[in-house]
Ligand binder design. Structure first.
Ligand SMILES: Nc1ncnc2c1ncn2[C@@H]1O[C@H](COP(=O)(O)OP(=O)(O)OP(=O)(O)O)[C@@H](O)[C@H]1O
Ligand SMILES: [Mg+2]
Length: 277
């Protein structure tokens, strides 16, 4: 699909049906010997789809997520997110795109150590034009939904690993982002909590959010519509799943996207840069 539109971050151009497009993407790290973390990957992620990414350790999964999450730019090739060529944006534009469109759950959580759980979750909303009270209310709602209402005032080092992971999840979802990127989101969770989180993902997906989830667990991947298998920095194969409990077609537009009645991202404007994590 063409991605040559000139639209703004709302992507109202030829790329409307595509959330993410990678074309011949290479990422090479120069550490003495060059490391080809990604070695020519082309991939299209339709808007509103649910994709799992699997592959052995070191196959390039986190590298791919960092590129799609606008945290990094490719050595070669193009990464288009929401109609924007990420490498062509200024740092500020990239930060804004990330803050308004993407919810990122890092493999290493990246919580702010001096902020409480509630403050961590509320943080991304600095990009939204909503007041502090509304931000805290929305953050509290998300914390409740990941089962941490009673830990709102804890600092990250006063939380267990699985609880930190859930704070990171709540933070990624608090802006109701169009695109959720989750790198091993259930790695530290017990079975019951994992099931709750996967149900929450399904709920966001049902509301039209584009979901990309990295996992080593087959049963986690099987909640998606397709599994992208990476091997040594290349796309080994794409496995389409039946998705028996998921409708085959879902609204491509963003109008229906709203979870939990929180703030709508639709009129998020150019907030200050400071909120990036
Ligand atoms: N900043 C960096 N500098 C040099 N090499 C790197 C850097 N980041 C990643 N790599 C290398 O790139 C390759 C891909 O790393 P990546 O983190 O994407 O793997 P992964 O698939 O996420 O693995 P895991 O399942 O262990 O998280 C690895 O060989 C890694 O050592
Ligand atoms: Mg990784």
């Amino acid at each position: 699909m063409a991605t040559s539109g000139s639209g703004g971050t709302d992507g109202d151009d030829a790329s409307i049906g595509t959330a993410v497009a990678l074309e011949n993407v290479r990422k090479t790290y120069q550490l003495g010997e060059p490391v080809h973390a990604l070695d020519g990957v082309s991939l299209e992620i339709p808007r509103g789809s649910y994709t799992a990414i699997m592959g052995p350790s070191g196959s390039g999964k986190s590298t791919l997520m960092n590129l799609v999450g606008c945290l990094d730019t490719p050595t070669e090739g193009t990464v288009v997110v929401d109609g924007e060529d990420v490498a062509a944006l200024t740092d500020r534009e990239r930060t804004t795109l990330r803050g308004t469109t993407v919810g990122f759950v890092f493999q290493t959580f990246n919580l702010m150590p001096r902020l409480t759980a509630l403050e961590n979750v509320a943080l991304p909303q600095l990009f939204q034009d909503v007041d502090r009270g509304t931000r805290r209310e929305r953050a509290r709602d998300l914390l409740e939904r990941v089962g941490l209402a009673d830990r709102a005032d804890h600092l990250p080092n006063e939380l267990s690993g699985g609880q930190r992971q859930r704070v990171a999840l709540a933070r990624a979802l608090v802006n109701d982002p169009a695109l959720v990127l989750a790198d091993e989101p259930s790695g530290n969770l017990d079975t019951e909590t994992e099931a709750d989180i996967l149900d929450l993902f399904a709920e966001f997906h049902d509301a039209g959010t584009t979901m990309i989830v990295v996992t080593h667990e087959r049963h986690v991947a099987e909640r998606a519509e397709r599994i992208v298998h990476l091997l040594d920095g290349t796309l080994e194969r794409i496995e389409e799943l039946d998705g028996s409990d998921e409708g085959a077609s879902r609204p491509a537009g963003e109008g229906s996207r709203s979870i939990g009645g929180g703030a709508s991202p639709s009129d998020a404007a150019d907030g200050d840069d400071g909120a990036s994590s």
